[in-house]
Ligand binder design. Structure first.
Ligand SMILES: [Zn+2]
Ligand SMILES: [Zn+2]
Length: 210
């Protein structure tokens, strides 16, 4: 079984666990994540992840540094903290915070929405590709050839969450005077893999395709 992630019409309130923007559930007193460039990252979304009972994933990325990221199948030590071409430092954060508390501030740039998780059946086609769309669990819908990753701890990563191509282009207008819009990894399809050994609270990696 998988969960589809559905956007609700209403904005979230502080303490909501499944949201686009709004109030991230971080550790008590934890600072808002910043990019290597010093900018506060954009808080894209957070979801409870049924695959890891009780755990909670938060996704952040710099508003300026948003290129696609590519890594080796065997991920290096502290890969969640390393620079990835073409940038000089980490520009996104995938955080697992099972006991998070609502941060004092809400994400200022994104139009906040509640998200709902709906149980659904996975549908895998003859090429081994799962359903498209925003979802938790199942099989990636792979725009290109399937990829696999091994965590630096030696554990094969599992597929956690899929964000479809160009998702949020209309949903997430940046509220700056340029009218720029926020997209994860340039709007590529994003398949987030995570270490099932839970060796570190940031042990997750994006496979990015289009
Ligand atoms: Zn940056
Ligand atoms: Zn690991």
């Amino acid at each position: 079984m998988i969960h589809t992630v559905e956007i609700q019409p209403e904005p979230p309130v502080a303490g909501d666990r499944n949201t686009i923007g709004g109030w991230p559930l971080l550790d008590a007193g934890e600072p808002w994540p910043a990019c290597f460039c010093g900018r506060p990252m954009v808080f894209f979304f957070q979801l409870d992840v049924p695959q890891f009972a009780g755990d909670h994933l938060l996704v952040f990325q710099c508003p300026a540094h948003d290129d696609a990221a590519f890594g080796p199948a065997q991920l290096p030590d502290r890969y969640w903290d390393t620079a990835v071409d073409p940038y000089a430092g980490p520009f996104w954060r995938f955080l697992f915070r099972p006991y998070g508390v609502a941060s004092p501030d809400a994400e200022p740039q994104l139009e906040p929405r509640r998200l709902a998780l709906r149980p659904a059946d996975e549908e895998v086609d003859e090429h081994g590709r799962g359903r498209s769309g925003f979802k938790l669990g199942g099989v990636p819908s792979w725009a290109q050839e399937p990829e696999s990753y091994r965590c630096s701890c030696g554990t094969d990563m599992v597929f956690l969450c899929q964000v479809p191509e160009n998702f949020g282009f209309d949903m997430w207008p940046m509220r700056d005077k340029n009218g720029d819009q926020a997209q994860l990894f340039l709007g590529n399809e994003v398949y987030i893999f995570a270490c099932p050994a839970r060796c570190h609270p940031e042990a997750a990696w994006p496979a990015i395709q289009n």
